[in-house]
Design a protein around this ligand. Structure first.
Ligand code: SF4
Length: 220
């Protein structure tokens, strides 16, 4: 909040939940890791999650957004995406317009991407491709028709499955950290730095309280 200017440098990649992640979603990185994990759990509805991302983008107000699409990533990102050489760099002061154009290059309409749609509806930038001037390379010449988009199945499941069930499944299937007791020197540093407050001292070693862990603590 004290910086003079924010320059936003996202990578060009798809996203299993948001469909595409560019300038808007990249601002999620400015909040502490513990909060990011918690918000993943608090906003299981994808529209709500996108609105939260747009809130952060609107608060950060990056002055310049530059998407690095030289080496992009396609498919089911971030978990199992595949690197794709696009050789593109896109920049704009308007992160919404930038995301709209970047999505358009891989065949997405602005309304297909949760964050672009939400930010455009809130008037935070231009998301009408017909009204965006693209300088440099001709937009049409950059369209990549075979870019692999994330499958809709996961998003559909998230949409139609009750929140409690999604949370339960995430809790049951997420990996969990464990303290190797024989290696623990009881320095208590983990207790001080654990963003979720899940580490605690139990006698001569540290222990992890599962109840304080975020269900996506390893994935986010
Ligand atoms: S107290 Fe925590 S940080 Fe210190 S050695 Fe044990 S597990 Fe590691």
């Amino acid at each position: 909040m004290e910086t003079d200017v924010i320059i936003n440098l996202p990578k060009f990649k798809t996203h299993s939940l948001n469909v595409f992640t560019g300038g808007i979603k990249n601002m999620y990185g400015i909040i502490p890791a513990g909060l990011r994990r918690r918000f993943h759990s608090d906003y299981l509805n994808l529209d709500d999650f996108a609105q939260m991302l747009v809130d952060i983008y609107a608060a950060a107000k990056p002055a310049l957004n530059i998407i690095d699409g030289i080496m992009a990533m396609e498919g089911e990102c971030p978990g199992s995406g595949v690197i794709r050489n696009l050789g593109l760099v896109l920049a704009s002061r308007d992160g919404v317009a930038l995301d709209a154009v970047a999505g358009g290059i891989i065949g997405l309409k602005p309304e297909d991407v949760f964050t672009t749609r939400a930010a455009g509806a809130r008037g935070l930038g231009m998301c009408d491709l017909q009204k965006i001037d693209v300088e440099g390379e001709l937009f049409a010449s950059q369209v990549v028709s075979d870019f692999k988009l994330p499958a809709a199945g996961y998003r559909t499941a998230m949409k139609h499955t009750p929140r409690g069930i999604v949370k339960y499944v995430l809790e049951q299937t997420s990996p969990r950290p464990r303290v190797k007791r024989k290696n623990c020197t009881a320095c208590a540093k983990c207790v001080k730095i654990c963003p979720a407050g899940a580490a605690t001292m139990m006698g001569k070693t540290s222990a992890i309280n599962d109840k304080n862990l975020h269900p996506l603590h390893v994935l986010s």
